[in-house]
Design a protein around this ligand. Structure first.
Ligand SMILES: Nc1ncnc2[nH]cnc12
Ligand SMILES: [Zn+2]
Length: 340
């Protein structure tokens, strides 16, 4: 076992660019919040909830994910959720996070944007002050809902314009191509926001083309199936587009059968800017550090590739240039300290 690589992966400063905050809701917190808010759960206890975390595809997971988040009702709930995530990833030496939230999933339960954004941002601000973790907040539209619903949500978000850093697109991919959301993302772009969408997780390479050409995205979330199309790979490489790859998520949702077959090293070889992320760590068996560890344990990852993955995350982050350079220098320093 490449022990020195594991300890280097542990110690390196990290940025996480693909994290659904509702996907960091651990079963223990689900039950705690259910009790606090008098919400009735379909599961008798923590173990039976955990037992439901066996998925054969994305939709299987999403059904459990939306049920789990039904306990999130108050500003304090959103704070507690986000604070739990931040204190957990500080142990993995995460220094910057860009997190998604799914406002439509809470609005339809009568939970306002003020409650959602207020709680999440209060934790993020405290994390910046007390844990030294900088952040960006990304509002993600649900692609199984209509574009009109996304447009309405964008309107509702206008009073919080300064508290949102970008827009995303997630949920059930098949049958809901990026082209369905061309108008709403054109509006986001007009307003000056960054854009990143889930594409090529289960959906075909055409969805990745649409994300690039129609939505003019700044990043692609997942992107695994882009590898089926050589011209698309060349385009992603030429544009230097960051892919936010999620190894343990891919395993749990059967995007890959075995981590030994995970394409992340092939992505790097093809010149793609792949990064390592956890997606929904409470559901997929691990946080960002666990994802790095799983890659090292299952793939012939070299020290140079580990460095490249770490570097890609800071380069693809929506940070100002001096901050990026500061993080990159620190990353380089940690690697230099253990050169052999
Ligand atoms: N991996 C994923 N794909 C699509 N939508 C999601 N929502 C939360 N996690 C997701
Ligand atoms: Zn995701």
């Amino acid at each position: 076992m490449p022990h020195s690589l594991l300890s280097l992966a542990e110690r390196m400063p990290k940025a996480e660019l693909h994290l659904h905050i509702e996907g960091s809701l651990e079963p223990e917190l689900v039950f705690q919040l259910a009790e606090r808010n008098q919400v009735k759960l379909a599961y008798a206890d923590i173990d039976s909830l955990r037992a439901a975390y066996a998925f054969s595809n994305l939709q299987d997971f999403l059904d459990v994910y939306y049920a789990g988040m039904s306990v999130l009702l108050t500003e304090q709930d959103f704070f507690d959720l986000t604070w739990a995530y931040l204190t957990r990833v500080q142990q993995d030496n995460v220094v910057h996070v860009e997190i998604f939230f799914d406002p439509q999933a809470h609005l339809e339960r009568g939970v306002g944007l003020d409650v959602q954004i207020g709680g999440i941002r209060r934790a993020l601000e405290q994390g910046k002050r007390e844990l030294g973790i900088s952040f960006r907040l990304i509002l993600s539209f649900l692609r199984h809902l209509s574009e009109d619903s996304a447009l309405e949500t964008l309107e509702l978000a206008q009073p919080f314009a300064e508290q949102i850093d970008g827009f995303g697109l997630d949920s059930s991919e098949r049958g809901h191509p990026p082209s369905k959301f061309a108008r709403v993302f054109a509006r986001c772009q007009q307003l000056g926001y960054k854009i990143t969408v889930h594409a090529g997780e289960e959906g075909p390479p055409e969805y990745v083309w649409e994300a690039l050409d129609l939505l003019k995205v700044d990043r692609i979330d997942h992107g695994n199936r882009a590898l089926e199309d050589d011209a698309l790979v060349r385009r992603l490489a030429a544009d230097g587009l960051t892919l936010t790859v999620c190894p343990l998520s891919n395993l749990k949702l059967c995007v890959v059968d075995d981590l030994r077959q995970h394409p992340i090293l092939r992505m790097l070889d093809l010149g793609l800017k792949a990064t390592v992320n956890s997606d929904d760590p409470a559901y997929f068996g691990g946080y960002i550090g666990d994802n790095y560890r799983a890659l090292i344990e299952h793939l012939p990852l070299t020290r140079e590739q580990l460095y490249q993955l770490g570097r890609n995350a800071f380069e693809g982050a929506w940070l100002d240039e001096p901050s990026k350079q500061r993080h990159l220098q620190r990353l380089e320093q940690v690697f230099a300290e253990t050169s052999n």
